[in-house]
Design a protein around this ligand. Structure first.
Ligand code: 0O2
Length: 282
């Protein structure tokens, strides 16, 4: 393919050689580790030799193909999020209708950006090709469900994992086993079937379930973590851990109050993950 085969349209001022210059300029500024990952992914997405492409001119058509493949790569994860969100909305609506109460307070979704994927590829030593990324990075699609009470988080997890088309690949129960910094949440990796025009893909999604108090703590901790570029001063870490204890105490108090006021709705007696494996880190 040549530049002329895909000349920029009249309104597009960027030429292929300008893009190529940008690509080589970018290659020069990237750390060697990042560059290796970018090259591996480029190669597995376009079938072209990445070293040659960064050294010379990158045909515009190749850049367009790459852009399309990246979008296609993300698309099945987006569809999996859509499927799961629908399931959650159905549970929520049915509960509100039947019980005048929903165990789900709010739901947030996120698709991991290419930059975060590349950072994780390096961190976990994943081979930089699309198949390995699909296989090894299972939190590209993420759904976070916030509940008012701890029992509700387990209850919702139980309702979702009982659905026949969701397969549970992994359970990490950071509620029963909080991280050393105090982080709490119930993490599940499930596969969601995505029905495409010519095939069905089983797409992994990470579901995080937590209470409002846990969510409040985690979002503040996340901000602090990034503000200090992951090097949080020890005193602040100690205070955050104390705050996590306070969040846990608040959850316990609210659960007791609820029992006193209205009796616990018919959720599962035992936590979903109580008999499952503890998180690897704890
Ligand atoms: P984001 O932007 O929220 O998605 P890894 O993903 O490799 O770091 P692992 O073992 O694969 O670790 O996953 P793990 O421990 O089950 O949890 C990963 C996700 O849980 C993180 O995703 C966070 O969302 C959340 N999490 C885990 N530990 C903490 C913590 O100590 N504090 C906070 N605030 N969140 C935590 P990402 O991709 O790091 O971030």
């Amino acid at each position: 393919m040549t530049d002329t085969a895909a000349a920029p349209s009249s309104g597009d001022a960027t030429t292929a050689s300008e893009l190529a210059t940008t690509a080589s300029g970018l290659a020069a500024t990237l750390p060697a580790g990042d560059l290796a990952v970018y090259r591996g992914l480029f190669q597995s997405m376009t079938g072209l030799d990445a070293a040659a492409a960064t050294a010379g001119e990158v045909p515009l058509q190749t850049i367009k193909t790459l852009q399309k493949r990246v979008a296609a790569f993300h698309l099945s994860y987006k569809f999996a999020i859509d499927e799961l969100t629908t399931k959650i909305e159905i549970l929520q609506e049915e509960f509100e209708h039947t019980h005048d109460y929903s165990p789900i307070e709010h739901v947030r979704t996120r698709l991991k950006s290419m930059d975060s994927i590349i950072e994780k590829v390096q961190r976990i030593g994943c081979p930089p090709d699309v198949d390995s990324v699909r296989e090894r990075i299972r939190d590209i699609a993420g759904v976070r469900i916030t509940c008012a009470f701890v029992a509700d988080a387990y209850w919702v997890a139980d309702m979702l994992t009982s659905q026949a088309d969701l397969e549970v690949l992994e359970v990490k129960d950071y509620i029963a086993h909080p991280k050393p910094n105090g982080y709490q949440s119930l993490h599940l990796i499930v596969t969601v079937p995505v029905f495409l025009s010519d095939r069905t893909e089983l797409v992994p999604v990470e579901i995080q379930l937590r209470t409002i108090a846990m969510d409040f703590w985690a979002s503040l901790e996340h901000k602090i973590y990034y503000k200090y570029d992951r090097e949080v001063p020890a005193a602040l870490v100690a205070e955050l851990t104390e705050a996590a204890d306070a969040a846990r105490a608040l959850d316990a108090k609210m659960a007791r109050l609820r029992e006193q006021i209205r009796g616990v709705p018919p959720g599962p007696e035992a936590p979903l993950a109580a008999s499952g494996p503890a998180p690897a880190e704890v």
